[in-house]
Design a protein around this ligand. Structure first.
Ligand code: AMP
Ligand code: ZN
Length: 134
């Protein structure tokens, strides 16, 4: 297996996947541990590990494919909306080190949730000043 990377092996057709879309740049296939019905991964065929080492031009092209596949899933499934997830690094829950975008179809009232709570305004103000791009 090239790079010892399971997603490169899927892109090369060396191991099977439940493919839903493919073109010269990307492959999209069902996640085998789905968050929801139709949970799909979109990957570039060329290996990179995450968002930061993927060329800008590639990312620009991938997001258009993500949109295309998401639109198709929304039309093909009982689907009221969808989340796009993209994990980077172990701390963020990335388990496969080949950049990938999750498309997670959602239906009204499903049990999936991202827990959040109100942030402290002063902290948010200081944080924004610290991390703001020039
Ligand atoms: P992440 O946690 O963002 O790295 O997501 C990796 C995802 O890849 C997980 O949701 C896994 O269920 C999924 N996955 C791992 N191996 C395969 C595979 N062979 N085919 C499809 N999905 C896979
Ligand atoms: Zn790879």
């Amino acid at each position: 297996m090239k790079n010892n990377c399971i997603f490169c092996a899927i892109a090369a057709g060396e191991i099977p996947s439940f493919k839903v879309y493919e073109d010269e740049l990307v492959v999209a296939y069902l996640d085998i541990n789905p968050f929801s019905e139709g949970h799909t991964l979109v990957i570039p065929k060329v290996h990179s590990e995450g968002l930061l080492d993927t060329p800008d031009a590639t990312l620009a092209e991938i997001i258009v494919r993500v949109k295309k596949v998401a639109a198709h899933l929304k039309a093909a499934l009982p689907c009221d909306g969808f989340n796009i997830l993209q994990n980077n690094g172990e701390a963020a829950g990335q388990t496969v080190r080949h950049v990938h975008f999750h498309i997670v179809p959602r239906t009204g009232g499903d049990a999936l949730a991202f827990a959040n709570r109100p942030g402290d305004r002063e902290h948010l103000k200081a944080l924004a000043a610290r991390v703001r791009l020039a």
